[in-house]
Design a binder for this molecule. Structure first.
Ligand code: GN1
Ligand code: MG
Length: 366
């Protein structure tokens, strides 16, 4: 159930704030961010600010795994002071000491500490920022890459499983619950035509080390300070065991496209090679000592797979009646899917230019 500000003040905040804070005249609750899944709010009282989130339990069907993972990650990173210099976010407990509030009528709510004086961005402004972004996500991956993968629960099963994603697309297209299949025959055929990638993925994954990955390394999951320097990696909901190539791929997907993820002018969708070079450098600077040679070789595959996979996920959701990703207008998911299929095609076309940049040695500042 979607709740408004009054509902939040009445049903959720009493679990977090004392009566005195609740009565504070300037208590505000305002929407925050542009996530496609959860609903996020900034709560400000006279004593503190915190991020309040209603988890989408259609997507996160085991929401306690999400909040328990967040606690494990915060505790782990807190001890990595030598390896990890970014700020951390922490679960904010309820007055009763719980990681979240759950009830059948009002949904599943949790709170996270707010990083003061931070902002998020949807698009990079300079290649220097791209490099710093990749370095930041890279240090996060390097720090978490040391963690025992048994320590985290799977919050979404088969999250980065291309074969399962294609299978699901095929199933939904066959059932066609919204009778939308006719609108997307071209893209369904295109997705099928890329099945050859599955063997390559299976062969690579079988040889790669499993590590804890962020799994949503898009630009708006990094907070920046007033000087546009990275401050904190956020949105840890999909942190779970996986392969580094996908974190690299998702970062490239979201940072190296010339237009937004849902832009509809296909002719304008292109890859920005300077940004790709900067992202690769930042990632290698942070991770070259940690990655195995094969992990480094796998990075380009990660770019292709993550982009194709997101296109498949958007198309699946369109056919399924927009039940997963929040949409802002009809056909939004179809537009996103076509955008990502097109971006995937651009990456493939630019392979000879881009892939060799991943073999360049990282350049370290004096
Ligand atoms: C979703 O909600 P948000 O924007 O943080 C999605 C990611 C996609 C992303 C595409 C749990 O993330 O996997 O890459 O949209 N999160 C989940 O913008 O599915
Ligand atoms: Mg997010």
């Amino acid at each position: 159930m979607q709740m408004d500000v009054n509902g939040i003040k009445q049903h959720v905040l009493p679990h977090y704030l004392t009566a005195a804070e609740l009565e504070y005249a300037n208590l505000t609750v305002a929407p925050l961010g542009n996530g496609h899944i959860n609903s996020t709010w900034l709560v400000s009282s006279n004593q503190r600010r915190m991020v309040l989130q209603q988890l989408n339990t259609q997507v996160f069907t085991s929401p306690w795994s999400v909040v328990e993972n967040a606690m494990v990650i915060a505790n782990f990173l807190q001890q990595q002071t030598d390896n990890y210099a970014l700020l951390l976010t922490y679960p904010v407990l309820t007055l009763a000491g719980q990681l979240a509030v759950e009830d059948a009528q009002h949904g599943f709510w949790r709170a996270i500490s707010f990083v003061e004086n931070s902002h998020s961005i949807e698009k990079m402004h300079t290649t220097e920022q791209a490099q710093q972004t990749a370095y930041a996500f890279g240090t996060f991956a390097a720090a978490l890459g040391q963690m025992d993968t048994q320590q985290l629960q799977q919050t979404i099963p088969d999250f980065r499983h291309l074969a399962a994603r294609l299978q699901r697309l095929q199933q939904v297209a066959q059932d066609d619950p919204q009778q939308r299949r006719q609108h997307c025959l071209q893209w369904l055929a295109f997705a099928e035509s890329q099945r050859a990638l599955l063997d390559e993925v299976a062969e690579m994954e079988a040889k790669l080390p499993l590590r804890i990955c962020h799994n949503d390394t898009k630009i708006n999951n990094l907070l920046f300070d007033a000087d546009n320097q990275p401050m904190a990696v956020v949105d840890l909901d999909t942190c779970m065991p996986g392969y580094l190539m996908y974190d690299f791929g998702d970062m490239v997907r979201s940072c190296c496209a010339s237009v937004a993820e849902d832009a509809t002018q296909l002719a304008e969708i292109d890859v920005l090679p300077d940004y790709f070079a900067a992202i690769s450098q930042g990632w290698l600077q942070a991770l070259a000592p940690v990655m195995t040679p094969l992990e480094r070789d796998s990075l380009w595959l990660g770019v292709k797979v993550v982009t194709l996979m997101l296109a498949v996920r958007f198309l699946t959701d369109y056919l399924d009646g927009d039940r997963y990703f929040r949409i802002h207008h009809a056909e939004h998911n179809l537009e996103r899917a076509i955008n990502q299929f097109t971006l995937y095609q651009r990456f493939v076309e630019h392979q000879d230019q881009l892939q060799p940049l991943l073999q360049a040695d990282p350049i370290f500042a004096e």
